[in-house]
Design a binder for this molecule. Structure first.
Ligand code: NI
Length: 429
C-alpha cells in the first residue's frame, strides 16, 4: 500500500520547505504531491509540526558491543582493547550477539538511525536481528590475521556474503572486515584484497586511529598505515576506512585518488583520547566523510544527533574556523554522505526515486523554539528523543515513539538474561 505523509517540513537540497507532502510507493519515495486530497489509495501519516529528514546513517559500529557499555571506561584504546574488551569477547556466542544487536537496533531506531555499518563476530546473529528489526545495515565479519583462525574467519565472511548480501529486500549488504593493520599483517591483507576482488565485496577497516598505531607502522614498515594499504592494493577495492585521525597530507592524497570513504567517529575519538581527525581537510580533498558512533562501549550512546553536533563543534574549535563544519555539512554527513559510505547512490536524501528511509522529528519541545532555522536546530539543539516516526524501505519501524518491530518487554528481559550469561566468567575461579 502507498503511504502519504502530509503537511510536513521537508529537508532537501540543503534547505527546509514547510507544508509539503511525501508519497511513498513500496520502498521508494515517488513524489511530493501538491494536492494530497487527490490521492485516495494511500495510508495517511499526519506530519503536522514535524520535520522530515533522511534516516540517519551510522557508518561505523560494532552493534553487539552495547553489552560492554560502561564495562570499561576512561582508558586508552590499546589498554581498553587488550586488557578489558578482548578477554570479555572470548565469552560471546550467537545468543548474546543476537540480543546485544537487537538492543543496539532498538536504541538506533528510537533515535532516528535507519542504517548502520557493522564489523564484529557471530554476524549471522547480527543479520537475523537486523532482519527482524527492519533496519538497514552493511555487515562484515571482523577479521584478525594475527589469530590462529584468521583464514577461517575470512571464509566465514565469504559465507556471510553468499548468505546475506542483498537479503531482506536489499536492506542487508555484506562487506569484508579486516580489523586493522595492527591485527592484520600485510600477507593476510593481500588475501583479503584477493577475496574482495574475486567476489566484488567492499572493505571496511579501521585505519590510523591512534598516533601509536601510526608510529608502530612506520617503525615496522617504513610507511603510514594508509600508504601501506595502498602498497598492498587494498584501495583498489571500494574501501570504507574508520577513524583516519592521524593522517598526513600524502595519506589524504592517496585516499582521495583511490576514492576511499571515511567513517568519522568524533565521540569515540574524543572519549578514547585518540585525537581529532582533519575532516575539513579531507573533505576539501574530495573525500566522502560519513559519521559513526563506533561501539557503545567506546562511546556509550549510539546517538547520531550527538555525533552530528560533535562534528560541527569540534572541527570549528580544532581549526579555529567557524565555517569548518557548518550545521548543513554535519546533517549531510549524517545522511547523504553516510549513505555513500555504505555504497548507496539512491539513499540519504528525500528525493523522487530514492529509497524511503526517513524520519519525522517532533519540533514541539522548548529547545525547538524559536524556529528561525530548522537545520541549525536539528544539529545544535536536536535530540535523538525528538524522533517521532521512523521508516525504512517504506516500512514503519516506529510511530509516535513506539517501536513497531521490536517487543521491548521481551528485549528488556533477554538483555538482562544474556548480560548475566556474558559476565558469568567474572565469578568463575
Ligand atoms: Ni571501531
Amino acid at each position: 500500500m502507498k503511504k502519504l505523509i502530509t503537511n510536513v517540513a521537508v529537508y532537501a537540497d540543503g534547505k527546509v520547505s514547510e507544508g509539503k507532502n511525501i508519497l511513498i510507493d513500496g520502498k521508494r519515495i515517488v513524489s511530493f504531491p501538491g494536492h494530497p486530497e487527490k490521492i485516495e489509495d494511500a495510508e495517511q501519516i499526519d506530519g503536522a509540526g514535524m520535520l522530515a529528514l533522511p534516516g540517519l546513517v551510522n557508518t561505523h559500529t560494532h552493534v553487539a558491543m552495547t553489552l560492554f557499555r560502561s564495562y570499561a571506561d576512561d582508558l586508552a584504546l590499546m589498554d581498553w582493547l587488550q586488557n578489558m574488551i578482548w578477554p570479555a569477547e572470548a565469552h560471546l556466542d550467537d545468543d548474546i550477539v543476537y540480543w546485544g544487536s537487537t538492543l543496539a537496533f532498538a536504541e538506533m531506531i528510537r533515535g532516528g538511525t535507519t542504517a548502520f555499518c557493522d564489523m564484529y563476530m557471530f554476524m549471522d546473529s547480527c543479520a537475523k536481528a537486523a532482519e527482524a528489526a527492519g533496519i538497514r545495515g552493511n555487515i562484515a565479519r571482523g577479521l584478525a590475521g594475527v589469530t590462529p583462525n584468521g583464514m577461517k574467519s575470512l571464509e566465514e565472511n565469504v559465507e556471510l556474503f553468499r548468505k546475506w548480501n542483498n537479503a531482506c529486500d536489499g536492506r542487508i549488504r555484506v562487506m569484508l572486515g579486516p580489523h586493522a593493520p595492527y591485527t592484520c599483517p600485510p600477507d593476510y591483507l593481500k588475501k583479503v584484497r584477493d577475496t574482495a576482488e574475486k567476489y566484488s565485496i567492499p572493505i571496511h577497516i579501521h585505519l590510523s586511529e591512534t598516533k601509536g598505531e601510526v608510529d608502530t607502522c612506520r617503525e615496522k614498515f617504513g610507511v603510514t598505515p594508509i600508504a601501506l594499504m595502498d602498497q598492498i592494493g587494498l584501495f583498489d577495492c571500494p574501501t570504507l576506512a574508520a577513524h583516519c585521525v592521524h593522517v598526513t597530507d600524502e595519506d589524504i592524497e592517496i585516499m582521495a585518488k583511490k576514492h576511499v570513504c571515511v567513517a568519522h567517529n568524533p565521540g569515540s575519538n574524543l572519549k578514547l583520547a585518540s585525537g581529532i581527525a582533519p575532516v575539513p581537510k579531507m573533505q576539501k580533498a574530495g573525500i566522502t566523510v560519513g559519521l559513526g558512533t563506533d561501539g557503545a562501549s567506546s562511546n556509550n550512546k549510539l546517538d547520531m544527533f550527538a555525533e552530528m553536533r560533535l562534528a560541527a563543534l569540534i572541527h570549528k574549535a580544532a581549526t579555529l574556523d567557524p565555517f569548518a563544519v557548518k550545521a548543513d555539512d554535519a546533517l549531510r554527513m549524517g545522511t547523504k554522505d553516510g549513505a555513500k559510505c555504505l555504497g548507496y547512490d539512491d539513499l540519504g536524501e528525500l528525493k523522487e526515486g530514492y529509497l524511503a528511509d526517513l524520519i519525522l522529528v517532533d519540533r514541539s519541545e522548548w529547545h525547538w523554539k524559536p524556529r528561525f532555522n530548522s537545520i541549525s536546530l536539528a544539529v545544535y539543539a536536536g535530540n535523538s528523543m525528538d524522533v517521532d516516526t521512523v521508516m525504512v524501505n517504506g516500512e514503519l519501524l516506529m510511530r509516535h515513539k513506539e517501536l513497531l518491530t521490536i517487543d521491548t518487554e521481551k528485549l528488556n528481559y533477554e538483555v538482562e538474561r544474556v548480560t548475566k550469561k556474558l559476565y558469568a566468567f567474572k565469578h568463575e575461579n
